[in-house]
Each structure stands twice: as C-alpha cells, then as structure tokens.
Write a new protein. Structure first.
Length: 264
C-alpha cells in the first residue's frame, strides 16, 4: 500500500511540475469477484497512454499503448501471443489529457477505486484475420518502441459491421485460437462462406475519463469525469461450411476454416 501511495504522490507531482514527463498511476478495480490493480502511464506532451490489465475472471492479460498524435493503438496479449493494431476510435477513447484529469479528480476526492457496478460499459467490436500478419518494420515511433518487449505476430483489427452475425467458437478440449497447417475438410463439395467467429475470453480496461469542458477562475477545465469499462471480445475472420450456426473445432464438417489452414 505504501508503494502505491508513493506512486500516486509522484504522479501528482509529475503532473504539476513537468507535463512532458511520464505520469504513472493505478486504479484499484472491483469487477465481479475479482480485485486487482490496473497500471496506467500517460505522457501529456506526447499524448500517449499505456495500460496494463492483469488476467482476471474470463479476461486476458493485456498491454495497450495509444498514440493519439499518430492516431493508432496496439494491444498485445501474452496468453495468445498476439499483438493487434488499429486506428484509435475517438468516440470511445479518452486521450492522455482526459485520462490524466480523471485521475486528478479521483486524487482530489481521495478515491482511486473503480467499481464495475457503477461504470458506463463501452463494447468495442473488432476482428482480425490470422492470415494477415503485419510486418513489424511498418511500425513507427512509440508503437515501434513499445513492441520490442513483445515481438508477437501483429494483426490488423477491423471494425465489425453493425449487422454482422457472430458465431460462437467451441472446442471440447479447451485452448484458444492459434495457427495450424493441418489439411481441410472441404464442406462436402460446397463452397465455404466467410463468417466471424467469437472465441472464449476477452480483454478490457477501466478508466476514469473526463469529457466535458467547463470554466473555473476564467480557465477551461475538463469536468464530468465518468468511470468507463471498455471491453472487447476475441473475434476472428473465418470461412465456414454453409448452414453452420456455431463453430465446433472437433467436428471436421463444422470448423472455422481459414484459407489453407484452420483454427484449432
């Protein structure tokens, strides 16, 4: 606890003294039966945010960097050895200033706890194609530097269309999505169709984000700081046999088939 207090005090000093330094702080999160510390780092001058969320409940451990100058974010998931890259959705994401201001409001109230029972839930719906590995040489700036600690395959996240149908992925032997080079079953002569499969597990983070602009002492300030729970399911692009309503990884005629590979 003393260590946490020291971190919080240092964070406040950094914010007041020099805005171009990294500000590190944490929130105690209560999510169902889970209790954990979420670690956050912001840099106001660079407008970057880094978030580490430990594994809990059905949520995977995740490391996220958001570079608002570059307009991109990267999320790395150690349990499935993936990094996922996409443009930042400004409709749901708060920048470094908004997230830092949210912490300062919490500090002033003497409370750095976020309870999922009192949050606005934002569901970000994106999918990846495991055939589409991105060359890490295309990364730039802070994202390239951040990636060096992981070096997993990088996949481009794409937004799921609002009218898209998601099929659940099941497997009797457990495990999560990975690449495989095993031969395919070809749908008894029928042509496979594209679909989106939702795997078990998800990733999420909890933030206090200040969005409204007010005035105090003739100066503009951020107000209306709300607790926000941003959650994302694990969704993959697949091709499946016609008529399939769910994806059973142990049924040779009912699989999530991917190009010349399949998921198992």
């Amino acid at each position: 606890m003393a260590c946490l207090v020291m971190i919080l005090i240092n964070a406040l000093v950094v914010c007041v003294v020099k805005a171009d330094m990294n500000m590190k702080f944490g929130y105690h999160v209560i999510e169902g039966n889970a209790r954990y510390l979420e670690n956050i780092e912001t840099n106001l001058a660079e407008n970057t945010i880094k978030i580490h969320t430990p594994a809990h409940n059905d949520v995977m451990e995740s490391y996220i960097i958001q570079d608002f100058r570059q307009g991109q974010q990267m999320k790395c998931l150690p349990s499935v050895k993936q990094c996922r890259l996409r443009d930042i959705d400004r409709a749901t994401a708060g920048d470094a200033g908004q997230v830092t201001e949210g912490f300062i409001h919490s500090w002033n109230k003497g409370d750095n706890t976020i309870n999922s029972d009192n949050e606005e839930v934002v569901k970000e719906m994106y999918y990846i194609n495991l055939d589409g590995v991105i060359n890490d040489h295309s990364l730039e700036g802070h994202l390239k530097e951040y990636y060096q600690d992981f070096r997993y395959p990088i996949y481009q996240e794409k937004k799921i269309p609002e009218n898209a149908k998601l099929l659940n992925i099941t497997r009797s032997a457990g495990g999560r999505m990975k690449r495989s080079l095993t031969s395919l079953t070809r749908c008894n002569g029928e042509t496979p169709i594209f679909a989106l499969g939702m795997d078990s597990g998800r990733n999420c983070n909890h933030l206090k984000i200040c969005r409204e602009v007010g005035t105090r002492n003739n100066r503009k300030i951020l107000t209306d700081c709300n607790d926000t729970h941003i959650t994302s399911p694990m969704v993959y692009q697949c091709s499946i046999c016609p008529g399939v309503t769910s994806i059973d990884m142990k049924d040779p005629n009912n699989r999530c088939i991917k190009m010349n590979n399949f998921y198992n």
